[in-house]
Design a protein around this ligand. Structure first.
Ligand SMILES: Nc1ncnc2c1ncn2[C@@H]1O[C@H](COP(=O)(O)OP(=O)(O)OP(=O)(O)O)[C@@H](O)[C@H]1O
Ligand SMILES: [Mg+2]
Length: 468
C-alpha cells in the first residue's frame, strides 16, 4: 500500500539502508535518474547510483548515514534533499533522498542548460551570447580575460560588430548574417583588446534556434595571434629566400658572362695580339676574383651565426686601429683620415669578424666619399656599451634608401645621378649587420644626401657573447 502510494508520487524518492544499500526507488526517481535499465528488484548501492547518474552525491549520503547530518544540494538545477529516516528505538538508521516534483518538467532543460553554462564558462576561447540582432548579452570569464575586459557592463547590449575595426567589420557582418539565417558564419581578423593590444582571432558565429526561429547568436573567438605571426614570418622568410636566390643568380650571372665572353674571344681568335690577350685574361681574372668574393660573402651570410666565435678576448681599440690602417691603404691618400677618441675597450667576441665589420664600414666610407673628403673613426664606452662611429663627408644616403641598405644585394641606384659607380655587390652592410647582431649589438645609420654618413655600432660589454 505504502509502496503503491510512493509509486504514484510525482516526487523522486530513494531509500537507503544504513550500509548505503538502496532499498527503494520510486518510478519518478527512476526516470529522473535514468535508472530504468536496472531491474526493479535489483539492489543498487549508493555508489552505483551516483556513478550512473552523477545527480546524487555519495559524500552527502555517507555523511548523513554516518553522522546524521541532513543536507541538501543543487545538482544541475535540481535540488536534492537528504534526510535520516525516523529512528525506531535502538535500530540502525536509514536515509531517504527526495527530489522535488516541481523541478521535474524542467529537469531535462535545466540539465542541458547547466551543461551548456558549464561549457560556456570552461571554454578556453572567448564566447559571447548575443541577441538575434547581434547585441552582446554575456561573455565568458576566459573571454573577458582574453579581451582584457574588466567591466563587461560597459559592453552589455552594445552591437558586437562595432568592437571590430572598420576594415574587418564587413567580414563580421557577413558571418552574423550567415548565423541569422541559420547557417554557421566563420572569419579571421584582427581586433584589439579592451586595453588596445592588437590580436588576431579565428571566429565562428552560430545561431541559437528555437524551432526554426533564430533567437540569438553565439560567437566563439579563438586567439590565433601567435599562429598568425608564425605564418607571417614563414611567408616573409620564403619571400626573402626567393628574393635571395633570384638576386644571387643575377649577381653571379654578370661575372660569369664576362668570363665566358672573354674566353670565347680567346678561343675564337687565337692569333690576337699578345697585349690584347693579356688584357682579356686580366678581365677574366678580375671577374673570377669578383665571383669568388661573391660566393664567399654569400656563404658567410647563409651559414648564419654558427660561424662567429663568442669567447675570444677582443681588444676592440686594436681591432679598430688595424682596420683603420687597412682603409688608409685602400684610399691611397685620396682622403683625409681623422682619428677621434679611441678608448681602450675589451670584450668577448670574435676578433676577425669585428675587424671585418669595421673594415666594411671604412671601405664604404672610402668608396662613397669623393676625393679630398674626410673619414673619421671614433671608439668610446657609453653606459656599458662600446660605441664605434665611422663618419664620412661623402655622397650620403637618401632617407628612403636608409632602411634598404642593410638588405642583401641592395645598392643605391646611382647611375641616374652619377655614372662613376664604384661597383660592389651589396653584401657588405648585410654582413656587417649580421656580425653586429651575432654580438647582440645594433647598427644604425645617420645620413643626409650630399653631406655624408655616420654608421654607429653599439656592442653591449657585459653579455657580449655570441649566440651558440
Ligand atoms: N658610407 C656610405 N655613403 C653613401 N652610401 C653608402 C655608404 N655605405 C653604403 N652605402 C650605400 O649602401 C649600399 C649598400 O652597401 P654595401 O656595403 O652593402 O654594398 P656595396 O658597397 O654596394 O657592395 P659590397 O658588397 O662590395 O660592399 C651601397 O651600394 C651604397 O649605395
Ligand atoms: Mg660595401
Amino acid at each position: 500500500m505504502v509502496s503503491a502510494l510512493l509509486g504514484q508520487l510525482n516526487l523522486g524518492l530513494l531509500m537507503f539502508q544504513p550500509d548505503g544499500q538502496i532499498t527503494f526507488i520510486n518510478p519518478a526517481a527512476r526516470t529522473l535518474l535514468h535508472l530504468q535499465d536496472f531491474a526493479e528488484d535489483h539492489l543498487l548501492s549508493i555508489h552505483e547510483v551516483c556513478q550512473h547518474c552523477h545527480n546524487l552525491n555519495a559524500t552527502c549520503i555517507s555523511r548523513l548515514l554516518l553522522h546524521g547530518i541532513p543536507s541538501q544540494e543543487w545538482v544541475q538545477g535540481l535540488q536534492v534533499h537528504y534526510f535520516l529516516l525516523p529512528e525506531p528505538a535502538g535500530a540502525a538508521q536509514g536515509a531517504i533522498a527526495l527530489l522535488p516534483a516541481s523541478t521535474f518538467p524542467a529537469v531535462q532543460e535545466f540539465q542541458q542548460q547547466g551543461a551548456l553554462d558549464t561549457l560556456f564558462e570552461i571554454s578556453p576561447d572567448c564566447l559571447k551570447y548575443m541577441d538575434a540582432q547581434g547585441n552582446l548579452l554575456r561573455m565568458n570569464e576566459n573571454g573577458r580575460h582574453l579581451m582584457q575586459v574588466d567591466d563587461f557592463s560597459a559592453l552589455q547590449n552594445q552591437p558586437w560588430s562595432e568592437l571590430w575595426p572598420e576594415k574587418t567589420r564587413p567580414r563580421v557582418l557577413q558571418a552574423m548574417r550567415d548565423a541569422q539565417t541559420g547557417k554557421i558564419g566563420r572569419f579571421q581578423g584582427f581586433c584589439p583588446t579592451a586595453k588596445n593590444i592588437m590580436r588576431c582571432w579565428d571566429v565562428v558565429v552560430m545561431p541559437i534556434l528555437e524551432g526554426p526561429r533564430v533567437v540569438g547568436l553565439v560567437a566563439s573567438s579563438r586567439d590565433i595571434t601567435e599562429q598568425a605571426m608564425l605564418e607571417q614570418q614563414e611567408r616573409e622568410q620564403a619571400e626573402a629566400q626567393k628574393r635571395f636566390v633570384s638576386d644571387a643568380a643575377h649577381e653571379l650571372r654578370t661575372p660569369l658572362a664576362a668570363i665566358q665572353g672573354n674566353l670565347d674571344v680567346i678561343f675564337r681568335y687565337p692569333h690576337i695580339e699578345e697585349s690584347e690577350k693579356k688584357e682579356i685574361l686580366q678581365d677574366v681574372q678580375n671577374s673570377a676574383a669578383r665571383l669568388s668574393r661573391l660566393v664567399h660573402d654569400m656563404l658567410q651570410l647563409a651559414r648564419g651565426r654558427t660561424g662567429v666565435k663568442s669567447d675570444e678576448e677582443v681588444l676592440l681599440h686594436e681591432v679598430a686601429l688595424s682596420a683603420w690602417r687597412d682603409a688608409q691603404r685602400i684610399s691611397g691618400s685620396k682622403h683625409h683620415f681623422e682619428l677621434g677618441l679611441l678608448e681602450p675597450i675589451e670584450l668577448y667576441g670574435d676578433t676577425d669578424r669585428l675587424k671585418q665589420l669595421t673594415l666594411i664600414l671604412l671601405e664604404n666610407a672610402v668608396k662613397y666619399t669623393p676625393k679630398g673628403g674626410t673619414i673619421r673613426l671614433q671608439l668610446e664606452e657609453q653606459g656599458g656599451t662600446a660605441q664605434l662611429r665611422v663618419q664620412d663627408s661623402g655622397i650620403g644616403i637618401a632617407p628612403e634608401n636608409q632602411h634598404h641598405i642593410f638588405e642583401r644585394f641592395f645598392r643605391v641606384d646611382r647611375t641616374r645621378v652619377d655614372s662613376r659607380d664604384p661597383g660592389g655587390s651589396g653584401l657588405g652592410l648585410p654582413i656587417a649587420k649580421w656580425i653586429v647582431e651575432a654580438h647582440h649589438g645594433t647598427l644604425e645609420v645617420e645620413s643626409a644626401l650630399g653631406q655624408g654618413s655616420t654608421f654607429v655600432v653599439r656592442l653591449p660589454l657585459q653579455e657580449c657573447s655570441v649566440d651558440p
